[in-house]
Design a protein around this ligand. Structure first.
Ligand code: 2BA
Length: 110
């Protein structure tokens, strides 16, 4: 059993969660924020049997797309009269996926 932690872009999260649940994978969606861009993204927790990892990875490949973002490396200081810095291209995603060993998954149903 593995715990897959997938950081995906918000635009892709809905379709990916739909695809996972349609194939009976349990998934938890957490709102998160990237430390670099400081933009909202989505972290998915997906506990899967080892033999399903490849299938889940394929779904992530299908639904998560690389996008280009532009950031200003140094914000212009209004008083200094400096010209705004040239935006830098950053390629984000499709997804960042961590695969961890999961000792067990327990659902407490009282
Ligand atoms: P962010 O931290 O906002 O990073 C967004 C994108 O900025 C990254 O895309 C990468 O292209 C770029 N980037 C990040 N840190 C950088 C740096 N120090 N210098 C230059 N460029 C940098 P991705 O690599 O696709 O990552 C997308 C999101 O996945 C990240 O958002 C973060 O939330 C998560 N992530 C990526 N790698 C991670 C890691 N090793 N540990 C934890 N979270 C990670």
């Amino acid at each position: 059993m593995k715990l897959m932690i997938a950081v995906v872009q918000r635009q892709d999260a809905g379709d990916l969660v739909d695809a996972l649940t349609a194939r009976s994978h349990r998934v938890t969606r957490i709102s998160s924020e990237g430390g670099f861009l400081r933009e909202g993204n989505v972290t998915l927790l997906i506990a899967v049997e080892d033999e399903h990892i490849d299938a889940v990875m394929r779904m992530i490949h299908t639904h998560c797309h690389m996008r280009v973002r532009y950031i200003s490396p140094l914000p212009p200081v209004a008083e200094s009269g400096n010209l705004p810095s040239t935006p830098v291209e950053v390629q984000v995603g499709g997804a960042t996926v961590f695969v961890l060993n999961a000792e067990s998954v327990t659902r407490v149903l009282n």
